[in-house]
Structures are given as C-alpha cells and as structure tokens.
Design a protein around this ligand. Sequence first.
Ligand code: XMP
Length: 529
Amino acid sequence: MSAAPPTATTADVVLVVDFGAQYAQLIARRVREARIYSEIVPSTMPVAEILAKKPAAIILSGGPSSVYAEQAPTLDRAIFEAGVPVFGMCYGFQLMAQTLGGTVDNTGRREYGRTTLHVSRPGSTLFAGTPDEQDVWMSHGDACSAAPEGFTVTASTDGVPVAAFENDEKKLYGVQHHPEVMHSTHGQQVLEHFLYRGAGLEPTWTTTNVVEESVAAIRAQVGSRRAICGLSGGVDSAVAAALVQKAIGSQLTCVYVDHGLMRKDETAQVEKDFVAATGVQLKVVDAEERFLTALKGVSDPEDKRKIIGREFIRVFEQAQAEIVAEAGEHGEAVDFLVQGTLYPDVVESGGGTGTANIKSHHNVGGLPEDLEFELIEPLRRLFKDEVRMVGKELGLPDEIVQRQPFPGPGLGIRIVGEVTKERLDLLREADAIAREELTAAGLDREIWQCPVVLLADVRSVGVQGDGRTYGHPIVLRPVSSEDAMTADWTRMPYDVLAKISTRITNEVADVNRVVLDVTSKPPGTIEWE
Ligand code: XMP
C-alpha cells in the first residue's frame, strides 16, 4: 500500500509536542481555531526531527507525568535554543522551567480543577488585555518556585508562586494551567497572544485555503488518471468525494457499497441527495450477501472491522475492473482510492502520536496489505468541524454536511455478538425509531451522534401482553462531543427517552428492554465495539 502524500502545503505549521493524556488534540484544535495550521508530534520524536519540520512555533502539551518520575518524558534543550518560539503548558511548562535552570518542587500537593490566577504583569505578552484575576484549569502535582534566568514571572496562584513566565527576547513562554480547556476563561486569548504576539504569526489558515491547496495537490497527484471513492453516506466520505470531484471532475467515479450494514433508507438517500448535490458519477454495488457470509460466526469487534475493511477493498477492486472495462480500451486505469479519513482517525489508530491503538477504524488500520490502490485522503489533516466547513465551502447541502457521524463498518459494530440478517433488520427498526424521535424533538444538533446498539448475546425476562418474554436489550448511546475524541452522555429529556423506549419495545419484535448508556468517553468509547 502506498502512503498518502500530503494533500495540502500550509506555510506556517505550529507543532504540538504530545506528552500524553489527550491534551495535544485539543491544543491543535484551538490553534486551528486561531486560524493557524497545527499538527501533533509525539514527545519521543527527536528534537532534530521536530525542527526539521520547520515549525513556525512549538507548543509543549500537558501530560500525566511528574518531571521527577523516572520514566518522565524529556526534551533535548536544543528545542529552546533553535530560535523557534515555544509555549509550554502544564507539564510542558515545568519541563521548560527545569531544563532551563528554574526550580520545580516536588510538592506532592495537587492543585486540580478551577483555580484563580493572579496576573502580576498585566502588560505581558501572554496576558495583555486580560483581567488581573482569572479562572484557569489546573491539573498538577509539582510546582515551579523559581523561573529560569532571564524569564519574567507574570502570574501566580495561591498554591504556586510561578504560574506563568516569559522571555520575550528568546520567545519562550509558559503557563502552569491548561489554556486549551474551556474552564480557563481567557485561555484562547492567552494562546492567541502567544501565536500572534509572541510568535508573530498571522491568522491565514482558512477553509478557502484548505480547499484550494487540496484541489491543487489532488490534481498534481492524480494527473490524467482515474480515481474511485467509496461513499458511505456519512459526512466524511461525502466531503472527500466532493473535494476530489472539484479537483478532477469526471475522472472520479463514486462507488457506494451496500454492505447490508446500513441504516434504514440510507442507500436511497445517498443515491438521491449526494448525486443531486454534486452530479457525481455513482455506481451502487449490492454486496449484502458477500459481507454477511464473510461475517458469519464472527463476534470479535476487531475481527469484524478487519473483515469489513477487507471486503470493502475487494468490492472496490471489482468495481475498478468494471469501470475500466466500461471505459473501453482508451480508458485510463483506476489507480486511486479516495477515503474520508480524518485527523482523529489517524491519531486514534496510533498513526499520529504513537499512542495505543484504541480501535482499527477500517479506513486506517484495517486495510489489507496487498491493496492495489494509491490512497487519496484529502481530509487526513482535518477535524470533523473543519470537514463540515469544507463541505459547506464546496456547496454541499446541510442534509449532508450536518449529518451525524456514522461508522464505516455500520451496524456491524453496533451488534454485540454475531452479525446476522435478522439481527440487522431488528436493529435497523430500533435505530430508525430513535432517529425519528430525536429529529422530531429537535435534538439532532445538540446530539453529536446516537448509536443504537443491540446486545444480541444478552437476553432478559420481560412481560408483554399476557405472557413472559425473553428478549434482547437495546442500548441508546446519545453523546455530546466536539470532535469524538472525548464525549459526554447527552442529558436528554426524559419524555423523549420514554417515547423512544415505548415505541421500540412495542414495535420491534424480540426487544423487551431499552437501556441508556450514561458513560462519558473516556472511559467508554462512543461505539460499543
Ligand atoms: P469511538 O467508538 O472510537 O468512536 O469513540 C469515535 C468516532 O469514530 C466513529 N467510529 C468509526 N468510524 N470506522 C469509522 O469510519 C470505524 O471503524 C469506526 N469506529 C468508530 C464513531 O462512530 C465515532 O464517531
């Protein structure tokens, strides 16, 4: 398989060095909200390699370690001597302090949660124009008691004498708190002060640029050859397809694989909405039997993902052969496969930060080794909300752009247990009811997505009509989220839940119980598998 080349060339990149615990993703998002492109690199990357990427600025994230712990991640001090502006946050701040000769005390006293920050230098680069007293989010054990030489202390808290410092001459800045977290009331402003004032960057990274750069990169990559794109009905593949279509027009054919794991009426909707909006060439392949045969007897979630990923590719390869045959002897070969892989998919599949592989999202970790296509992944650098903005920029209608996320492996990973046609039909009914009621209650925007899960291997006793039942539970998993990296369960109105529950148990045969999942992410993931 060939790796996807970069799909955009962005002048200024701010690198976020990831010290763990998911702070880095949030920081990268916040930098992008400030209209500057940002990427995450693992803290294990050698400093020379980080600098070779020519970052316009570097941010050191927070992390769960103490700088005193034996295995604590460190950084070569060269990172502070390269003339590149650096902003350390929490762990990154302490690392900067310690490396440059300041004092970090192993107090063992934790400061956790909302804390008042006292700004002692209101005219400083980071805090200019922000209040002298402000709420910040803290999460640390050690504390800095003396700044390195040449640094000015700009803020403190009741528990920490040095809660922020800066050295304008060397362009080095640090804060003990987490400016990226919403609870830090002026966090975004402090971050932007670093980017605009400290590092002297301009907010030039816009959706229009992303589209223009991607289109140019795709044209350069594909030339006069042809590409196919798997459409799933979700936002990501739709936006990826629209972007590639803008770049290479009729050299693109979209393939919609009906794997039988779709939700009710989904296939018809793709055929109607997407084709109407883009005028793209669409080929629909009915592959239900093939997928269900391949999934027979399989219960393990990762096995399911791998099988679904593999079958997808085999179907694409078949579609490729058909498209070439239809084009006749003068047709160009189909060499490219477009995928709507997002930045969080890359990071969560272990591709971005070297963190653990949580799930092999089929379009990242589950592709077969002998893939015959080169990949085009134009959204590989984007977060979901950015993808939606790109979709809007490309003129896609709200029905597509605002759709809730739906996983590529579809209902296959929402049946806990073996996937069969009967179980899929049952889940499709329950899912359709839940979606109908959520839409009727006007909750589509508030809820990020609401997986409806069938616990096929579980039965419980119920009573319906005059008799005992022994049916399956359905789980409702409504979550609120900004980017699916973290999520909380949505506090939905009880009457809507009651309506969904009543309808599902009345209308869906073999289901006698509906339960609500009240777990955040972490520790739970959004999908059950
Ligand atoms: P988790 O369950 O990891 O999900 O919290 C995060 C987001 O990713 C979606 N998801 C997938 N998407 N292939 C996909 O294309 C997959 O295998 C897959 N697994 C999870 C999930 O719906 C949520 O939006």
